[in-house]
Ligand binder design. Sequence first.
Ligand code: UT7
Length: 326
Amino acid sequence: MIRPKITGTGSAVPQKVLTNFDIEKMVDTSDEWIVSRTGIRERRIASEGEFTSTFAALAAQRALEAAGVAPEELDLIVVGTLTPDFPFPATACIVQQIIKAPNAFCFDLSAACSGFIYALATAEKYILSGKVKKALVIGAEVLSRIVDWTDRNTCLLFGDGSGAVVLEAVEGESGILSTHMHSDGNYWEILYQKGAGSRNPATQKNLDDRLVYLTMQGNEVFKLAVRAMGEVAQEALAANGLTPDDVSLFIPHQANQRIVDSIGKRLGITGERVFVNLDRYGNTSAASIPIALDEAVRAGRLKEGDILLIDAFGGGLTWGASLIRW
Ligand code: UT7
Protein backbone atom coordinates (compact mmCIF):
# COMPACT_ATOMS: atom_id res chain seq x y z
CA MET A 1 0.00 0.00 0.00
CA ILE A 2 1.23 3.50 -0.88
CA ARG A 3 1.21 5.97 2.00
CA PRO A 4 2.41 9.57 2.17
CA LYS A 5 5.36 9.38 4.59
CA ILE A 6 7.45 12.09 6.26
CA THR A 7 11.01 11.21 5.23
CA GLY A 8 12.80 14.32 6.51
CA THR A 9 12.22 17.28 8.80
CA GLY A 10 13.92 20.65 9.19
CA SER A 11 13.44 23.92 11.02
CA ALA A 12 14.89 27.41 11.20
CA VAL A 13 14.33 30.21 13.69
CA PRO A 14 15.79 33.72 13.96
CA GLN A 15 18.91 34.23 16.07
CA LYS A 16 17.43 37.16 17.94
CA VAL A 17 15.83 36.23 21.28
CA LEU A 18 13.21 38.43 22.97
CA THR A 19 12.70 37.45 26.61
CA ASN A 20 9.77 38.22 28.90
CA PHE A 21 12.08 40.65 30.69
CA ASP A 22 12.57 42.53 27.41
CA ILE A 23 8.78 42.68 26.99
CA GLU A 24 8.38 44.00 30.56
CA LYS A 25 10.15 47.12 29.29
CA MET A 26 7.73 47.53 26.35
CA VAL A 27 4.23 47.00 27.85
CA ASP A 28 2.63 46.80 31.31
CA THR A 29 3.26 43.12 32.10
CA SER A 30 5.61 40.85 34.04
CA ASP A 31 7.63 37.70 33.47
CA GLU A 32 5.62 36.12 36.30
CA TRP A 33 2.27 36.88 34.57
CA ILE A 34 3.45 35.66 31.16
CA VAL A 35 4.96 32.42 32.50
CA SER A 36 2.00 31.55 34.73
CA ARG A 37 -0.67 32.42 32.10
CA THR A 38 1.07 31.09 28.99
CA GLY A 39 4.22 29.10 29.80
CA ILE A 40 6.20 31.30 27.39
CA ARG A 41 9.64 32.53 28.54
CA GLU A 42 11.14 33.82 25.31
CA ARG A 43 10.49 33.97 21.57
CA ARG A 44 12.60 34.45 18.42
CA ILE A 45 12.18 37.63 16.39
CA ALA A 46 13.24 38.22 12.78
CA SER A 47 15.82 40.93 12.17
CA GLU A 48 15.85 43.45 9.36
CA GLY A 49 16.43 41.65 6.06
CA GLU A 50 14.83 38.42 7.30
CA PHE A 51 11.42 37.42 5.94
CA THR A 52 9.04 34.46 6.09
CA SER A 53 10.72 33.00 2.99
CA THR A 54 14.16 33.27 4.68
CA PHE A 55 13.19 30.79 7.40
CA ALA A 56 10.95 28.71 5.13
CA ALA A 57 13.76 28.12 2.65
CA LEU A 58 16.29 27.27 5.37
CA ALA A 59 13.89 24.82 7.05
CA ALA A 60 13.15 23.33 3.61
CA GLN A 61 16.83 22.81 2.82
CA ARG A 62 17.35 21.08 6.17
CA ALA A 63 14.33 18.81 5.59
CA LEU A 64 15.53 17.91 2.08
CA GLU A 65 18.99 17.10 3.43
CA ALA A 66 17.51 14.89 6.16
CA ALA A 67 15.35 13.08 3.58
CA GLY A 68 18.19 12.73 1.04
CA VAL A 69 15.96 14.32 -1.59
CA ALA A 70 17.29 16.77 -4.20
CA PRO A 71 15.23 19.95 -4.80
CA GLU A 72 14.78 18.98 -8.49
CA GLU A 73 12.86 15.88 -7.37
CA LEU A 74 10.07 17.93 -5.76
CA ASP A 75 6.67 17.98 -7.48
CA LEU A 76 4.93 20.28 -5.00
CA ILE A 77 5.79 23.00 -2.47
CA VAL A 78 3.02 24.19 -0.17
CA VAL A 79 3.52 26.82 2.52
CA GLY A 80 1.03 27.30 5.35
CA THR A 81 1.36 30.90 6.52
CA LEU A 82 -0.61 33.95 7.62
CA THR A 83 2.43 36.21 7.22
CA PRO A 84 3.59 35.66 3.64
CA ASP A 85 6.39 37.84 2.25
CA PHE A 86 3.74 39.59 0.09
CA PRO A 87 -0.03 39.23 -0.46
CA PHE A 88 1.13 37.77 -3.78
CA PRO A 89 3.03 35.99 -5.23
CA ALA A 90 2.95 32.98 -2.96
CA THR A 91 5.84 32.64 -0.54
CA ALA A 92 6.05 29.05 -1.83
CA CYS A 93 7.19 30.46 -5.21
CA ILE A 94 9.91 32.50 -3.50
CA VAL A 95 11.04 29.38 -1.64
CA GLN A 96 11.10 27.54 -4.97
CA GLN A 97 13.47 30.18 -6.36
CA ILE A 98 15.76 30.08 -3.31
CA ILE A 99 16.06 26.30 -3.06
CA LYS A 100 16.05 25.76 -6.86
CA ALA A 101 13.17 23.32 -7.28
CA PRO A 102 12.14 23.95 -10.92
CA ASN A 103 9.82 20.95 -11.24
CA ALA A 104 7.46 21.79 -8.38
CA PHE A 105 4.16 23.64 -8.54
CA CYS A 106 3.86 25.98 -5.59
CA PHE A 107 1.19 27.70 -3.56
CA ASP A 108 0.45 29.12 -0.10
CA LEU A 109 -2.38 28.01 2.09
CA SER A 110 -4.23 30.24 4.54
CA ALA A 111 -5.51 28.44 7.61
CA ALA A 112 -3.78 30.52 10.31
CA CYS A 113 -2.35 28.37 13.13
CA SER A 114 -3.83 25.23 11.53
CA GLY A 115 -1.87 26.03 8.36
CA PHE A 116 0.64 23.19 8.69
CA ILE A 117 -1.98 20.48 9.21
CA TYR A 118 -4.10 21.85 6.34
CA ALA A 119 -0.99 21.97 4.11
CA LEU A 120 0.03 18.44 5.14
CA ALA A 121 -3.49 17.16 4.41
CA THR A 122 -3.41 18.85 0.99
CA ALA A 123 -0.05 17.31 0.06
CA GLU A 124 -1.30 13.96 1.40
CA LYS A 125 -4.28 14.05 -1.00
CA TYR A 126 -2.07 14.95 -3.99
CA ILE A 127 0.18 12.00 -3.19
CA LEU A 128 -2.75 9.63 -2.72
CA SER A 129 -4.14 10.77 -6.10
CA GLY A 130 -0.88 9.69 -7.76
CA LYS A 131 -0.23 13.20 -9.17
CA VAL A 132 2.61 13.96 -6.77
CA LYS A 133 5.46 11.72 -5.59
CA LYS A 134 7.52 14.13 -3.48
CA ALA A 135 6.23 17.22 -1.72
CA LEU A 136 7.66 19.83 0.57
CA VAL A 137 5.24 20.97 3.27
CA ILE A 138 6.24 24.10 5.19
CA GLY A 139 4.78 26.13 8.03
CA ALA A 140 6.42 29.55 8.23
CA GLU A 141 5.70 32.85 9.95
CA VAL A 142 7.14 36.23 10.79
CA LEU A 143 4.35 37.22 13.16
CA SER A 144 6.44 39.96 14.77
CA ARG A 145 5.62 42.16 11.74
CA ILE A 146 1.82 42.02 12.29
CA VAL A 147 1.87 42.13 16.10
CA ASP A 148 0.94 45.39 17.79
CA TRP A 149 3.90 45.93 20.13
CA THR A 150 1.79 48.30 22.25
CA ASP A 151 -0.92 45.67 22.93
CA ARG A 152 -0.13 43.55 25.98
CA ASN A 153 -3.00 41.18 25.16
CA THR A 154 -1.22 39.83 22.11
CA CYS A 155 2.39 41.02 21.68
CA LEU A 156 3.91 38.64 24.20
CA LEU A 157 2.34 35.52 22.72
CA PHE A 158 3.89 35.26 19.29
CA GLY A 159 7.24 34.41 17.69
CA ASP A 160 8.88 33.83 14.29
CA GLY A 161 10.31 30.78 12.54
CA SER A 162 9.63 27.87 10.22
CA GLY A 163 9.45 24.10 10.10
CA ALA A 164 9.30 21.85 7.04
CA VAL A 165 8.80 18.21 6.13
CA VAL A 166 9.43 16.19 3.00
CA LEU A 167 6.44 13.99 2.22
CA GLU A 168 6.96 11.07 -0.16
CA ALA A 169 4.85 8.31 -1.65
CA VAL A 170 6.26 5.22 0.05
CA GLU A 171 5.20 1.58 -0.07
CA GLY A 172 4.44 0.12 3.37
CA GLU A 173 2.49 0.59 6.58
CA SER A 174 4.21 3.69 7.95
CA GLY A 175 3.16 7.22 7.04
CA ILE A 176 0.09 9.42 7.44
CA LEU A 177 -2.83 7.30 8.68
CA SER A 178 -5.41 10.06 8.32
CA THR A 179 -5.98 13.82 8.46
CA HIS A 180 -9.08 15.56 9.81
CA MET A 181 -9.98 19.21 9.30
CA HIS A 182 -12.80 21.52 10.38
CA SER A 183 -13.71 25.21 10.16
CA ASP A 184 -16.32 27.52 11.67
CA GLY A 185 -16.54 30.88 9.92
CA ASN A 186 -19.03 32.18 12.49
CA TYR A 187 -16.09 33.02 14.73
CA TRP A 188 -13.72 34.69 12.26
CA GLU A 189 -13.82 37.99 14.18
CA ILE A 190 -12.34 36.61 17.40
CA LEU A 191 -8.88 36.26 15.83
CA TYR A 192 -7.82 38.15 12.72
CA GLN A 193 -5.69 40.82 11.10
CA LYS A 194 -7.94 43.79 10.43
CA GLY A 195 -5.90 45.60 7.82
CA ALA A 196 -3.85 45.16 4.66
CA GLY A 197 -6.56 43.20 2.82
CA SER A 198 -9.37 44.36 0.51
CA ARG A 199 -11.63 45.43 3.40
CA ASN A 200 -9.21 47.78 5.13
CA PRO A 201 -6.49 48.46 2.56
CA ALA A 202 -3.16 49.98 3.48
CA THR A 203 -4.30 53.63 3.40
CA GLN A 204 -2.62 56.18 5.65
CA LYS A 205 -5.79 56.40 7.77
CA ASN A 206 -5.96 52.64 8.30
CA LEU A 207 -2.29 52.58 9.21
CA ASP A 208 -2.79 55.48 11.66
CA ASP A 209 -5.78 53.59 13.17
CA ARG A 210 -3.44 50.62 13.74
CA LEU A 211 -5.68 48.39 11.63
CA VAL A 212 -2.73 46.54 10.20
CA TYR A 213 -2.22 44.48 13.34
CA LEU A 214 -3.46 41.14 14.59
CA THR A 215 -6.33 41.27 17.10
CA MET A 216 -7.67 38.51 19.35
CA GLN A 217 -10.31 37.80 21.99
CA GLY A 218 -7.97 35.56 23.97
CA ASN A 219 -10.46 34.09 26.45
CA GLU A 220 -12.92 33.05 23.77
CA VAL A 221 -10.16 31.55 21.60
CA PHE A 222 -8.84 29.65 24.61
CA LYS A 223 -12.18 27.94 25.39
CA LEU A 224 -12.94 27.05 21.78
CA ALA A 225 -9.39 25.75 21.21
CA VAL A 226 -9.52 23.32 24.11
CA ARG A 227 -12.86 21.88 23.02
CA ALA A 228 -12.12 21.69 19.28
CA MET A 229 -8.60 20.26 19.60
CA GLY A 230 -9.84 17.62 22.04
CA GLU A 231 -12.70 16.62 19.75
CA VAL A 232 -10.68 16.41 16.54
CA ALA A 233 -7.98 14.34 18.27
CA GLN A 234 -10.67 11.89 19.40
CA GLU A 235 -12.06 11.84 15.86
CA ALA A 236 -8.64 10.95 14.43
CA LEU A 237 -8.10 8.18 16.99
CA ALA A 238 -11.59 6.70 16.42
CA ALA A 239 -11.11 6.77 12.62
CA ASN A 240 -8.07 4.51 13.04
CA GLY A 241 -9.42 2.25 15.79
CA LEU A 242 -6.81 3.65 18.20
CA THR A 243 -7.01 4.98 21.76
CA PRO A 244 -4.97 7.69 23.53
CA ASP A 245 -2.86 4.88 25.05
CA ASP A 246 -1.60 4.02 21.55
CA VAL A 247 -0.13 7.50 21.05
CA SER A 248 3.65 7.54 21.51
CA LEU A 249 4.04 11.28 21.03
CA PHE A 250 1.53 14.12 21.01
CA ILE A 251 2.58 17.40 19.37
CA PRO A 252 -0.15 19.99 19.88
CA HIS A 253 -0.06 23.49 18.41
CA GLN A 254 2.19 25.47 20.76
CA ALA A 255 -0.06 28.38 21.77
CA ASN A 256 -0.33 28.24 25.54
CA GLN A 257 0.85 25.73 28.17
CA ARG A 258 -2.58 25.82 29.83
CA ILE A 259 -4.28 24.88 26.52
CA VAL A 260 -1.77 22.04 26.02
CA ASP A 261 -2.33 20.79 29.60
CA SER A 262 -6.13 20.93 29.30
CA ILE A 263 -6.19 18.96 26.07
CA GLY A 264 -3.66 16.43 27.36
CA LYS A 265 -5.79 15.92 30.45
CA ARG A 266 -8.98 15.53 28.41
CA LEU A 267 -7.31 12.95 26.17
CA GLY A 268 -5.35 11.21 28.91
CA ILE A 269 -2.03 11.93 27.17
CA THR A 270 0.33 13.63 29.62
CA GLY A 271 3.95 13.89 30.77
CA GLU A 272 6.73 12.66 28.51
CA ARG A 273 4.31 11.82 25.70
CA VAL A 274 3.52 15.52 25.14
CA PHE A 275 6.11 17.57 23.27
CA VAL A 276 6.34 21.22 24.33
CA ASN A 277 8.76 23.92 23.20
CA LEU A 278 6.53 26.99 23.49
CA ASP A 279 8.59 28.19 26.46
CA ARG A 280 11.40 28.96 23.96
CA TYR A 281 9.47 30.06 20.86
CA GLY A 282 6.02 31.28 21.90
CA ASN A 283 3.20 30.76 19.42
CA THR A 284 4.68 30.55 15.90
CA SER A 285 1.28 29.81 14.33
CA ALA A 286 1.62 27.53 11.26
CA ALA A 287 5.28 26.94 12.10
CA SER A 288 4.72 25.64 15.62
CA ILE A 289 4.02 21.96 14.87
CA PRO A 290 6.74 21.45 12.23
CA ILE A 291 9.37 23.19 14.40
CA ALA A 292 8.37 20.98 17.35
CA LEU A 293 8.33 17.89 15.12
CA ASP A 294 11.83 18.62 13.84
CA GLU A 295 13.12 19.08 17.39
CA ALA A 296 11.41 15.86 18.49
CA VAL A 297 12.89 13.89 15.58
CA ARG A 298 16.40 15.27 16.12
CA ALA A 299 16.13 14.49 19.87
CA GLY A 300 15.29 10.86 19.04
CA ARG A 301 11.78 11.10 20.46
CA LEU A 302 10.24 9.12 17.56
CA LYS A 303 11.20 5.59 16.52
CA GLU A 304 9.90 3.39 13.74
CA GLY A 305 6.34 2.25 14.34
CA ASP A 306 5.52 4.97 16.89
CA ILE A 307 2.13 6.66 16.62
CA LEU A 308 2.39 10.47 16.40
CA LEU A 309 -0.62 12.71 16.97
CA ILE A 310 -0.51 16.33 15.78
CA ASP A 311 -3.35 18.71 16.57
CA ALA A 312 -3.88 22.42 15.82
CA PHE A 313 -6.35 25.27 16.15
CA GLY A 314 -6.38 28.80 14.78
CA GLY A 315 -8.11 31.78 13.23
CA GLY A 316 -10.95 31.16 10.83
CA LEU A 317 -11.78 29.33 12.95
CA THR A 318 -9.86 26.33 11.68
CA TRP A 319 -8.72 23.19 13.43
CA GLY A 320 -7.38 19.79 12.51
CA ALA A 321 -5.48 16.70 13.58
CA SER A 322 -3.47 13.96 11.97
CA LEU A 323 -2.24 10.54 13.05
CA ILE A 324 1.05 9.34 11.63
CA ARG A 325 2.75 5.96 12.00
CA TRP A 326 6.48 6.80 12.14
O1 UT7 B 1 -2.91 30.01 18.10
C1 UT7 B 1 -4.25 30.12 18.43
C2 UT7 B 1 -4.53 31.49 18.85
N1 UT7 B 1 -4.23 31.93 20.14
C3 UT7 B 1 -4.40 31.28 21.31
O2 UT7 B 1 -4.55 30.10 21.39
C4 UT7 B 1 -4.43 32.10 22.56
C5 UT7 B 1 -5.58 31.73 23.44
N2 UT7 B 1 -5.71 32.55 24.60
C6 UT7 B 1 -4.80 32.65 25.59
O3 UT7 B 1 -3.74 32.06 25.51
C7 UT7 B 1 -5.15 33.45 26.83
O4 UT7 B 1 -6.50 33.85 26.76
C8 UT7 B 1 -4.24 34.69 27.02
C9 UT7 B 1 -2.85 34.26 27.39
C10 UT7 B 1 -4.22 35.55 25.77
C11 UT7 B 1 -4.78 35.55 28.17
O5 UT7 B 1 -4.86 34.77 29.36
P1 UT7 B 1 -6.18 34.78 30.23
O6 UT7 B 1 -5.93 33.91 31.37
O7 UT7 B 1 -7.31 34.46 29.32
O8 UT7 B 1 -6.18 36.28 30.71
P2 UT7 B 1 -7.37 37.33 30.66
O9 UT7 B 1 -7.41 37.96 29.31
O10 UT7 B 1 -8.62 36.72 31.20
O11 UT7 B 1 -6.85 38.39 31.70
C12 UT7 B 1 -6.69 38.07 33.09
C13 UT7 B 1 -6.17 39.27 33.85
C14 UT7 B 1 -6.95 40.56 33.55
O12 UT7 B 1 -6.97 41.33 34.73
P3 UT7 B 1 -8.26 41.35 35.67
O13 UT7 B 1 -9.38 41.81 34.79
O14 UT7 B 1 -8.42 39.94 36.16
O15 UT7 B 1 -7.86 42.34 36.73
C15 UT7 B 1 -6.12 41.25 32.51
O16 UT7 B 1 -6.30 42.65 32.53
O17 UT7 B 1 -4.82 39.54 33.42
C16 UT7 B 1 -4.72 40.88 32.93
N3 UT7 B 1 -3.79 40.87 31.80
C17 UT7 B 1 -2.47 41.04 31.96
N4 UT7 B 1 -1.71 41.28 33.04
C18 UT7 B 1 -0.38 41.39 32.84
C19 UT7 B 1 -4.08 40.65 30.51
N5 UT7 B 1 -2.95 40.66 29.78
C20 UT7 B 1 -1.94 40.91 30.67
C21 UT7 B 1 -0.56 41.03 30.52
N6 UT7 B 1 0.19 41.25 31.63
N7 UT7 B 1 0.06 40.90 29.35
